[in-house]
Design a protein around this ligand. Structure first.
Ligand code: URA
Ligand code: SF4
Length: 217
C-alpha cells in the first residue's frame, strides 16, 4: 500500500496580524497571542519590537534571548547592553530608534528542567513564519534606514543568500515587502561578546554603526 506523507504544515503569523489601522499597540497586543509557528509553545511570551512609530531607524536583531524572554522586551540582556553602548558611541539616539527582532519568540534547548536555556538559531521556516510581524512593523514605522544585526536578520530581510561579511558597513537599497528600503548590515552584538578579539569586533560594530549614523545625519 502506498504511504501518503502528511503535507508540511505551513507556519505563518499571517492570520494573527491585525489591520494596520490598529497601530503599533494593536500589533503588539495581537502578537502576544500569535500561534503562527511552534516557537510560542516553550517560550515565556512574545517579545515584540519597541520604540516610537516615528523612529528614523529600525534595528533588527535575531530573536529574543533568555533575559528578553523573561522580561518581554527586546535587547535588555547582555547583547542589548553592548548594543546601547555602541549606538551611543556612533551617535545614534536610542530614542530615535525602533528595536525589534526577525523572530519574536525565544528558541532554546535545555538539557533538563531548571538547567540553563541555551539559545538555538531559528530555521528559515520560522523566520518566514514570523515575517508578517516584521513586515507590519516596517509598514507602520516606515524607517529611513534599517540596521541589520547579523545573519538571521539579514536572511529574514534580504533572503537566504545574505552573507554579513560581504556587505557589512555598506548601504544597500532593496525592495522589501513592496517598499524601497535602505539598509546597513553589521554583525550581531552577541557575536561581539563571543569574539576572541572582543575589542576589535566591538570597534567593527561601531564603525558599521557610524555608516548608519552618517546616512541619518
Ligand atoms: N539578541 C537578539 O537578537 N535580540 C534580542 O532581543 C536579544 C538578543
Ligand atoms: Fe508567531 Fe513569530 Fe512567535 Fe512563531 S515566533 S509563534 S510566528 S510570533
Amino acid at each position: 500500500m502506498a504511504t501518503t506523507k502528511a503535507p508540511e504544515q505551513a507556519y505563518t503569523a499571517e492570520p494573527f496580524v491585525p489591520d494596520r489601522a490598529d497601530g503599533l499597540d494593536g500589533l503588539r497586543e495581537a502578537a502576544a497571542g500569535c500561534r503562527g509557528c511552534p516557537l510560542h509553545r516553550n517560550a515565556t511570551q512574545t517579545v515584540f519590537g519597541e520604540g516610537t512609530a516615528h523612529a528614523r531607524v529600525m534595528l533588527v536583531g535575531e530573536q529574543p534571548g533568555d533575559q528578553e524572554d523573561r522580561q518581554g522586551r527586546p535587547f535588555v540582556g547582555p547583547a542589548g547592553k553592548l548594543l546601547d553602548k555602541a549606538l551611543a558611541e556612533a551617535g545614534i539616539d536610542p530614542g530615535e530608534a525602533y528595536v525589534t527582532n526577525a523572530v519574536k519568540h525565544f528558541k532554546f534547548t535545555q538539557a533538563e528542567p531548571r538547567k540553563r536555556r541555551i539559545h538555538k538559531a531559528p530555521t528559515l521556516r520560522e523566520m518566514a513564519a514570523c515575517g508578517p510581524w516584521l513586515a507590519a512593523e516596517l509598514a507602520l514605522v516606515e524607517p529611513e534606514l534599517i540596521v541589520v544585526l547579523g545573519a538571521t536578520a539579514g536572511k529574514a530581510l534580504l533572503g537566504s543568500s545574505f552573507r554579513v561579511t560581504e556587505v557589512r558597513g555598506t548601504v544597500l537599497e532593496r525592495e522589501i515587502h513592496g517598499r524601497r528600503e535602505r539598509l546597513v548590515p553589521t554583525v550581531h552584538p552577541s557575536a561581539v561578546l563571543r569574539a576572541e578579539d572582543r575589542e576589535g569586533a566591538y570597534r567593527g560594530l561601531v564603525a558599521d554603526l557610524n555608516v548608519a549614523a552618517r546616512e541619518l545625519s
